[in-house]
Design a binder for this molecule. Structure first.
Ligand code: AFP
Length: 336
């Protein structure tokens, strides 16, 4: 099979499908290059002195790991000077990062979760980077938080890297989903899956079952039915997986189907995952692959964000399963 690099793929998307502009292509390539650097740092582990805590807290009040800080710095540094961005926002930074005045500004806004799956860093389990690209609203010169508060349907690109046994970049520019594996000798991302399509049904679910006592009735109902297996209403056995790195769980679902849930519950009343940095980009990718993504009731990409660091319940993956969970929520009495 002829190998296609990320650069070739993007140029083809630009020329043949008009799905990306030259500016957007360059922006995605810069993000991909930053992911290569992060992948390199991750692969060094203890030898590179990158494991352990940074001794600081992020805006969410969560203890930052050294790699959270390193990945954030790598992405900011790589993106701020290229001239493609009007501003960028990160899960690790309280306010949007303005492009220093010495650099030109572009038309895009970048949102990122620099290091997703922080609890897995020190135990050598897959982690990743998630990103999303929006257009800066017309006429906005110094984009503040308000400029970023756009629904996920406005995304022009989204992607994530998984730093696992190999490094994989998954990307959508709104014309399907493709995955690229990092060829370390060549230093290039080479396409290894094109036109990813999610199977509508599944026999695998992903949820942190330690939250079970806090779940709402519709989630309990769905999981109970899965657990009942062949003897229950579903009439088939289900398997369960939970990596605790959304990037790894979503990549598995893109590869062989499944459903991922981090729903609102009695402990995480507004949800646990971040709308702008995790839920929206993943929802865009999953929908582009033929799947669905809701917060249990509403399509995630149609939610109008009110805050940059807002959280949301997440149910995404194979369409028939997401529709079922959403239906169970809609049939249940509305949340108090
Ligand atoms: P971080 O964003 O702090 O790295 O957390 C990872 C994550 O947001 C997501 O990738 C996982 O699916 C989820 O949190 C895991 O949460 P639990 O540790 O509660 O299972």
């Amino acid at each position: 099979m002829k190998s296609i690099t990320l650069t070739q793929y993007l140029i083809e998307q630009q020329r043949e499908k008009g799905a990306v502009s030259a500016e957007l292509r360059l922006l995605i390539e810069v993000v991909a290059r930053a992911c290569k650097r992060i992948s390199h740092a991750v692969s060094k582990g203890a030898l590179g002195g990158v494991l352990g805590g940074a001794g600081t807290d992020n805006i969410q009040g969560e203890a930052q790991k050294k790699l959270d800080v390193i990945a954030n710095e790598v992405l900011v540094e790589a993106n701020e000077w290229g001239g493609h961005l009007a501003a960028l926002a990160s899960e690790e930074m309280e306010h949007p990062h303005q492009i220093p005045s010495r650099y030109p500004r572009g038309e895009f806004l970048l949102l990122m979760d620099p290091l997703d799956g922080s609890s897995n860093i020190d135990v050598n389990v897959s982690i990743g980077t998630i990103f999303s690209v929006l257009r800066c609203p017309d006429g906005v010169v110094d984009p503040d938080e308000k400029a970023f508060l756009q629904p996920g349907t406005n995304q022009v690109a989204a992607g994530f890297a998984v730093y696992g046994p190999c490094t994989i970049l998954v990307l959508t520019v709104g014309a399907g989903v493709a995955a690229f594996t990092l060829d370390r000798e060549l230093g290039s991302f080479v396409m290894t899956q094109s036109e990813i399509k999610l199977s509508p049904d599944t026999q695998e679910f992903a949820i942190n079952a330690s939250n079970m006592r806090n779940w709402e009735a519709p989630v309990r109902r769905y999981i109970d039915e899965c657990l009942a297996g062949k003897t229950g209403v579903r009439g088939k056995d289900f398997n369960m997986r939970w990596v605790a790195s959304m990037v790894a769980d979503v990549f598995r679902i893109l590869s062989r189907g499944g459903i991922f849930m981090y729903p609102c519950d009695a402990k995480h009343k507004a949800g646990r995952l971040r709308l702008m940095y995790e839920a929206n980009p993943m929802a865009f990718i999953i929908e582009q692959a033929g799947g669905a993504a809701t917060d249990g009731r509403r399509r995630i990409m149609e939610i109008q964000p009110e805050q940059l660091h807002q959280r949301v319940g997440v149910v995404l993956g194979s369409k028939a399963e997401v529709d079922r969970v959403t239906q169970y929520h809609l049939e249940a009495p509305a949340r108090a």
